[in-house]
Design a protein around this ligand. Structure first.
Ligand SMILES: Cc1cc2nc3c(=O)[nH]c(=O)nc-3n(C[C@H](O)[C@H](O)[C@H](O)COP(=O)(O)OP(=O)(O)OC[C@H]3O[C@@H](n4cnc5c(N)ncnc54)[C@H](O)[C@@H]3O)c2cc1C
Length: 469
């Protein structure tokens, strides 16, 4: 059966749903198609016997006021919860022990996470010039801050955010704000000071100042609220197989797929493809084989998220923070652990703690070959050594992402240029998703706002054109 919408969004993760919402808010006749029965993509929440288990993001940084705008628009503003003061305590493992990441220059000087030589090396940073070529995150950090800061700050951080490897990621593409500090201010320390003023003007927050947010009932609250607000405009269980240019008009597209065993066709002026790049590949192939290959080749290393619930009395270490990250140099089997129940209320029943551990990534993709029980055992072994957690878990769950997070590797700007060139060539077709413009939940929300504006601008320009015909 053929239907018609002005804009069809393919993908019901946070990228697709939020662009759907921004468009609807502007009065656009939009529909969102999601292949799974449940919306949210990676952003899903499981509630069980007093435990709150996230399958993907546990929280996000509120780097933009759009998060609050979106929540208020959807009537879930009062469900936003912010990490308590403990959220600022983050630990990094060195020689098997947890060291707090310093949050002030004085704490940096006192810290036992780095040697005196490494700290003195940082003092040179303001006097180091700009790079002449594209650099990996590792090259950038070694040049500006020295090897030890790479090994015991940036390496675990990159594993925590991208599940990635700083040797492979492009600093320009993966950490554009960091790169911009060097480009715009000549250095990180100088940029940190001068950039604060500009951010204040734009009412943005630096990542290190932004508040950590989640939703009282879990991160899926947000996609669910968008779906509720859009009502029948969101169609779950609708897998898109093909997009083709419309034959009865000079522009516009026909989106084809299957829902509940029946094929469908939707005609649209504009189509927004908001799915992982490897799933977009077959849709792009008939139009542009070279872009299709580039999208297929973006690496998404696997990640396992292992949730364990323990009795509070079984954990000897005080869980007074966000959690800890593990540098590669430590040769351990996990990337890090979030102390979920320390940050937000309602994550564990009273008297229990909820811990979420990440394994795999670019560092150890082979870890995902282990069975669920082996992964749980690995986590328990590591937690025993690092935070003196003993006892049998009262709750344990493994979530596997065979292709978790896109890696913005060296040369990534070529992919971005190809995407832009495609959009120029096929007016009304737009790409969205976490492989473009940032992987965090907040970045996805910011990018979908920008994209909605671009789509609206396109629609307006097209109406003008139509009137002239
Ligand atoms: C394990 C993990 C932990 C994370 N932790 C954090 C964190 O703590 N903080 C943070 O800010 N970010 C975190 N992220 C990143 C963030 O969650 C993601 O970048 C973001 O949720 C991606 O949203 P998306 O909509 O772009 O993609 P997705 O969530 O992948 O959504 C895409 C949707 O498209 C659907 N789809 C695919 N193909 C089709 C098709 N042909 N037809 C119709 N539908 C289709 C899929 O079913 C899916 O629902 C984490 C990610 C992972 C994997």
């Amino acid at each position: 059966m053929a239907t018609q919408f002005t804009v069809v969004v393919v993908g019901g993760g946070i990228s697709g749903l939020s662009v759907g919402w921004w468009l609807r808010k502007a009065g656009v006749d939009v529909c969102v198609l999601e292949s799974e029965q449940e919306i949210g993509g990676t952003m899903k929440t499981i509630r069980k016997d007093g435990w709150l288990i996230e399958t993907g993001p546990n929280s996000a940084l509120e780097t933009t006021p759009l998060v609050r705008t979106l929540a208020n628009d959807l009537g879930i503003g009062d469900e936003l919860v912010y990490g308590n003061d403990l959220a600022n305590n983050r630990y990094v493992v060195r020689a098997g022990e947890l060291h707090p990441l310093p949050v002030s220059p004085a704490a940096f000087v006192r810290s036992r996470l780095w040697t005196t030589g490494a700290k003195l090396r940082v003092l040179k940073e303001p006097f180091i010039g700009k790079a002449e070529k594209e650099e990996s995150v590792a090259e950038f950090v070694i040049r500006r801050l020295g090897r030890e800061l790479l090994d015991y700050a940036v390496n675990p951080f990159v594993a925590g955010v991208f599940a990635g490897n700083p040797e492979e990621l492009s600093v320009q593409a993966a950490f554009p704000k960091l790169y911009a500090l060097e480009q715009n201010y000549g250095g990180l320390i100088r940029g940190q000071i001068l950039g604060a003023r500009e951010r204040k003007r734009r009412s943005e927050r630096a990542k290190d100042r932004a508040r950590l947010f989640a939703f009282r009932d879990g991160m899926q609250t947000l996609p669910r609220a968008v779906a509720k607000a859009l009502g029948p405009r969101v169609r779950t269980g609708a897998e898109v197989h093909r997009i083709r240019g419309r034959s009865d008009a000079t522009t516009g597209y026909v989106v084809e797929g299957v829902r509940e065993g029946a094929t469908f066709e939707i005609h649209a002026e504009s189509v927004i493809v908001a799915i992982p790049s490897f799933r977009a590949t077959p849709l792009v192939e008939p139009f542009d084989i070279s872009l299709a290959r580039a999208l297929r080749d973006i690496s998404y290393p696997p990640v396992a998220e292992v949730f364990v619930g323990l009795r509070e009395s079984d954990v000897k270490r005080e869980l007074d923070g966000f959690g800890f990250l593990v540098p590669e140099k430590e040769h351990r089997e996990i990337l890090g652990t979030i102390w979920s129940s320390s940050l937000f209320p309602g994550r564990a029943p009273r008297g229990y703690v909820a811990l979420t551990t990440f394994l795999g990534g670019s560092r150890q993709p082979e870890v995902l070959r282990r069975s669920d029980q082996e992964l749980i055992d690995t986590v328990l072994r590591e937690l025993r050594e690092l935070i003196q957690a003993d006892g049998t878990p009262v709750e344990a769950r493994v979530v596997r992402w065979e292709r978790a997070i896109p890696q913005y590797r060296l040369g990534y700007s070529q992919v971005l240029n190809q995407l832009q060139a495609f959009e120029n060539r096929w007016p009304g077709w737009f790409f969205s998703g976490n492989y473009r413009g940032g992987i965090s939940v907040s970045d996805c929300i910011i990018n979908s706002d920008t994209l909605a504006r671009r789509a609206i601008e396109y629609l307006r320009s097209r109406q003008v054109e139509l009137q002239h015909q």
